[in-house]
Design a protein. Structure first.
Length: 175
């Protein structure tokens, strides 16, 4: 016959083992949950970016063609809308921020008005968006695109300023 203290000890050991197993499962679920959240965030950013690109393309098609031809060179103004269309044209002498899509123009103006370099998380609330990871990452992508096209500089990783040779150091929103 088993004594009561021995039975309690056996049950305590079994309960302790079950707790450890559940803790291991919980840790694994936490890792899986974080991966799923990252996947969701990437999908949200992708969906928002696609929606924005489609909206910009629609707006560009609806805009008067004369205004676009004045802002761009003749070879760029005659390019068809659709695949291969560059919504953010490369900066060149004489090109003003008004040729950019609204969101990009707002970003350039905010960066131009800032006393120093800005990070994406600082730009997001200034353009009227909620400071969520998806919005910050989407804005970071726009900032990087503006750097690639010569409108902005990235002095240090994640620190964006108006390009030194960019849209006239005379403030983008004053034109």
């Amino acid at each position: 016959m088993v004594s009561l203290p021995e039975e309690l000890q056996a049950r305590e050991t079994a309960a302790r083992q079950r707790v450890e197993e559940l803790q291991a499962e919980a840790a694994e679920l936490a890792v899986r949950l974080e991966r799923a959240r990252e996947d969701l965030s990437r999908l949200e950013i992708t969906r928002e970016t696609v929606a924005q690109v489609l909206a910009e393309l629609s707006a560009a098609e609806a805009a008067p063609e004369a205004r676009v031809k004045d802002a761009l060179g003749p070879e760029e103004a005659s390019a068809p809308h659709g695949v291969g269309v560059m919504a953010v044209p490369p900066w060149r002498e004489g090109l003003v921020a008004q040729v950019l899509p609204d969101m990009y123009r707002d970003i350039v103006e905010i960066v131009a008005d800032a006393p120093g370099p800005l990070q994406a998380k600082q730009v997001v609330p200034r353009i009227g968006l909620e400071a969520t990871t998806a919005k910050i990452e989407g804005t970071r992508g726009k900032l990087k695109r503006l750097v690639e096209r010569g409108w902005l500089d990235e002095e240090a990783p994640g620190q964006f300023t108006l390009a030194r040779r960019g849209p006239g150091r005379d403030r983008a929103n004053s034109q």
